[in-house]
Design a protein around this ligand. Structure first.
Ligand code: GSH
Length: 262
């Protein structure tokens, strides 16, 4: 079986999910970089790879193309069954159904609010330097949904090591949700102050009652689970540039070290 080509942008959480999965399972692959800022994904030649014009996508043998990270993960499980460790997507129908449930919830409820918040607070306000074009009510709504989603996950994980009850190792749902919310480390603790004044996050740390206040300390079980997920051997390889951006944006906060205290 030929190595699939992964169309990849390191800044994209679903791309990082697929790459981590390939590396964790030792699946041979090639990477073709798609630079979103250079609009590679909108070029006519990419249309045949992914008609939805997003990353990730893969090309398998015989010019078979597939987009959507969750569809790609399941396809790799089915076509590389001998390489993929059972715990990622167990054949037990109930475990599998619970994984599917979480993957669907990720797409319907989690990913839009994390993307809207990070996109506006970090990409538009900070990197593009256009805070005036950020809609504050939209960010407020999305951030509220982010916090509700994290609170739901905090309940769901309970005292278990991973998201699916009874599982001692991570599934593809753990992987997808983990990378999505790990991306929230790009956020400052006071999102509004950051957008409007570009102040360092520490200035607003006391304002815990603000609707715009975001803190990992409210989700201690989730933080422990995230630390567990970061132990996956592929994490650092795939997140090198992400970690650099987090360190550059929030040099004064202990960000990841904060987890150790929780
Ligand atoms: N549901 C898709 C999400 C894909 C997606 O939104 N990718 C973003 C990068 S994270 C993208 O390609 N954005 C480019 C655009 O929308 O123009 C998946 O899980 O693969």
């Amino acid at each position: 079986m030929e190595a699939p080509i992964l169309f990849y942008e390191p800044g994209s959480p679903p791309c990082r999910v697929v790459l981590m999965f390939l590396l964790e399972n030792g699946i041979p692959h090639k990477i073709q970089r798609i630079k979103l800022f250079e609009k590679d994904h909108l070029k006519p030649e990419y249309q045949k790879v992914n008609p939805f014009q997003k990353v990730p996508a893969i090309q398998d043998e015989d010019g078979f193309y597939l987009a959507e990270s969750h569809a790609i993960l399941k396809y790799l499980v089915r076509t590389r069954a001998s390489m993929v460790q059972e715990h990622w997507y167990p054949s037990d129908p109930r475990k599998r159904a619970k994984i599917d449930e979480l993957l669907d919830w990720h797409h319907s409820s989690l990913s839009w609010c994390t993307k809207v918040t990070v996109w506006n607070a970090v990409m538009v306000a900070k990197f593009m330097k256009q805070p005036q074009s950020v809609s504050i009510p939209v960010v407020e709504f999305a951030l509220d949904r982010v916090k509700k989603s994290l609170a739901t996950l905090e309940q769901l994980i309970g005292d278990g090591p991973f998201m699916i009850k009874g599982m001692e190792q991570p599934s593809i749902a753990d992987l997808s949700i983990f990378v999505e919310i790990d991306n929230l480390r790009l956020l400052p603790s006071n999102v509004l102050a950051y957008i409007q004044t570009n102040t360092p996050t520490s200035n607003a740390i006391e304002d815990r009652n603000s609707r715009y206040y975001f803190s990992w300390t409210e989700y201690p079980r989730l933080c422990r689970w995230m630390e567990r997920m970061r132990q996956l051997k592929s994490y650092s390889q795939v997140h090198q540039s992400f970690e650099k951006v987090v360190a550059m944006l929030h040099p004064s906060t202990t960000n990841r070290n904060a987890f150790a205290k929780i």
